[in-house]
Design a protein around this ligand. Structure first.
Ligand code: ATP
Ligand code: MG
Length: 553
């Protein structure tokens, strides 16, 4: 079935057919002031996807024009995240700060055209003169300075003759414009700060609304895709590229941000959780930072599917975490091997199975995917099963083990419960069964039927590992933020299990290897805490959910 085109693709088709552009060139322009999150993934996948679809180019550009809060640590993490998502910038990696000279020249050009002037108004005065949504602004008293005077003052600003905040360069547009962004916006400010890339070369820095369109134009971007909050800035974007006389000016198109219900996405808020040690770093598996999602076991394919299903549109909406979970389940279902791991162990003793004997059984790795083959698993007299798979007094419709009941041990035999042991406190310490050698899986036995199948591991060959189960980082009962703007953290967001018993094969897992633990969910070997032979497993997602995929429109 042909995919219907979104409104951005339709606009590009139109531009190409009318000859406005002959190629397509997009970019992802992160500010290196934090780690990327799932919202940025939408922008990355959209921009790189469009370039690929039209046989065009895609740039990764660091928007590092603000010297106060940027760090090279973030440059490295952003590159790793964009690459992991599968967006290929090849040799087109750029830094906006490399264009400071060109931007300065463009500003000088505006001054020479009488389209920009130096103002001595303070920040407060500028705000006051700007007017409001209902009142027009008032002319800046410095707007009458001559071009010569402005050129000299701007040069002196650059030369470091003035204090921070004492002067600014403003674009001369229209103080009465109904769009406040057009009321002589500031395009350069003085800031005596050291920049991570340009050092102390500059003490004036361009404002975002001036810098961004020029960055796009300098790189030959055709379609500058950005989020909706910049819609009101588009007239200014167009004014800048027009008045600076950029050849083949780029075109800005806005789309709705990706938001997740009941999840912390904003960079600022994630940063706060990291700084307050509520989470274990930017890549904590409970976060929706790209690094956190990767460590949690999400795949690039699942994130791409999620972005696609969430849709590209101009109307704001929020997506459900359940949809993201659905996507990773769908992706891993055919890809991941299904092995056995017991999260909450209880000893099961098969009284009529010879002591000291080990039998190797054949187990298919994924019945939905033959290519994943099969493995041998050891079976013997003493096993571990899940504590919840035995009940002394079962409720109705409980089909697992209880005295007198028979179940199937997955990949093995039928066993019937003949008793159990208790300690002095009344806790069950072991379950006793007998097995029926006739019922070995794969022997064609078609006698009795049993209603329950449970998983197990052989006690003396199983490997004890740590497993981590997660819940939402946010308290489900509460709003995301409290009145003071702090995150309402769920105290049970992490459950640590240090006596999880797994099949021997699982002990060989390496960082990022993911599996289905039958009946328990999808798990990944943690990239930070796993050691050779001693993996730590993160639960990516459980197997079932109440989430319903919205029907296609
Ligand atoms: P945050 O709002 O989380 O702090 P940001 O907008 O400050 O993020 P930038 O580094 O400026 O982060 O963003 C880089 C690009 O990612 C921009 O083009 C921006 O529009 C886009 N982007 C940011 N958040 C989202 C989102 N939630 N959904 C889609 N695109 C986003
Ligand atoms: Mg930003």
């Amino acid at each position: 079935m042909e995919k219907s085109k979104n409104f951005i693709e339709q606009a590009i088709d139109k531009d190409l057919s009318e000859g406005v552009y002959t190629t397509v060139h997009t970019r992802f322009p992160p500010e290196p002031n934090g780690y990327l999150h799932v919202g940025h993934a939408k922008s990355i996948i959209l921009n790189s996807g469009i370039a690929k679809e039209y046989g065009g180019k895609f740039n990764l550009r660091f928007d590092d024009t603000n010297p106060t809060k940027e760090k090279s640590e973030f440059v490295d993490s952003i590159k790793a995240d964009v690459e992991w998502l599968g967006a290929e910038w090849e040799d087109r990696l750029f830094f906006a700060s490399d264009y400071f000279d060109k931007m300065y020249e463009y500003a000088v050009k505006l001054v020479k055209k009488g389209k920009a002037y130096v103002s001595d108004l303070s920040a407060d005065e500028i705000r006051e003169y700007r007017g409001t949504l209902t009142e027009p602004g008032k002319d800046d008293p410095y707007s009458t300075r001559s071009i010569e005077e402005n050129l000299q003052l701007f040069e002196d600003m650059k030369a470091g003759k003035y204090e921070d905040g004492s002067k600014v360069l403003r674009a001369r547009i229209d103080m009465a414009s109904p769009n406040i962004n057009m009321r002589d916006p500031i395009i350069y400010r003085i800031a005596h700060l050291t920049h991570q890339n340009t050092g102390d070369k500059w003490c004036i820095y361009p404002m975002y609304d001036f810098a961004h369109p020029l960055e796009d134009a300098i790189e030959g971007i055709t379609h500058s895709l950005c989020t909706l909050e910049f819609e009101d800035h588009r007239p200014l974007y167009n004014w800048v590229v027009q008045e600076c006389e950029c050849p083949n000016p780029p075109r800005q198109i806005e789309f709705a941000k990706l938001y997740l219900n009941h999840v912390v996405t904003g960079k600022r808020y994630i940063k706060k959780l990291v700084e307050e040690h509520v989470v274990d770093g930017w890549d904590d598996p409970r976060l929706v930072s790209i690094a956190g999602l990767r460590r949690r076991g999400y795949t690039p394919e699942s994130i791409r599917m999620f972005v696609e299903l969430s849709g590209i549109s101009k109307s704001q909406s929020t997506s459900d975490m359940g949809l993201l979970e659905y996507c990773v389940r769908e992706d891993l279902k055919p890809k991941a091997k299904r092995l056995m791991a017991v999260l909450h162990p209880l000893k099961l003793i098969i009284d009529n199975y010879p002591e000291g004997q080990t039998e190797m059984l054949d187990a298919v790795n994924n019945p939905e995917n033959e290519e994943l083959g099969s493995r041998q698993i050891p079976f013997g007299r003493e096993l571990y099963i899940e504590r919840e798979d035995f009940m002394e007094e079962p409720p109705k419709k409980y089909f697992r083990l209880f005295p007198g009941n028979e179940v199937r041990l997955m990949h093995a035999y039928f066993v019937k419960c003949v008793g159990f042991d208790k300690d002095e406190n009344g806790n069950i310490t072991a379950v006793h069964c007998t097995y029926d050698p006739e019922t070995k899986q794969g022997t064609g036995f078609s006698g009795r039927k049993v209603k329950g199948t449970i998983h197990w591991v052989k006690a003396d060959t199983a490997v004890r590992v740590t497993a981590r189960l997660y819940e939402s980082l946010i308290d489900e009962e509460k709003e995301v933020y409290d009145e003071e703007g702090n995150v309402n953290v769920n105290p049970n967001s992490l459950e640590l299990i240090d006596d999880c018993y797994v099949e021997p094969k699982l002990a060989e897992a390496k960082a990022y290897d993911s599996f289905q633990f039958v009946r328990n969910g999808f798990f990944v070997a943690d990239a930070k805490d796993s050691k050779p032979g001693a993996p730590v497993f993160n639960r990516i997602v459980s197997l079932k959910s109440s989430f319903k995929l919205p029907t296609a429109q």
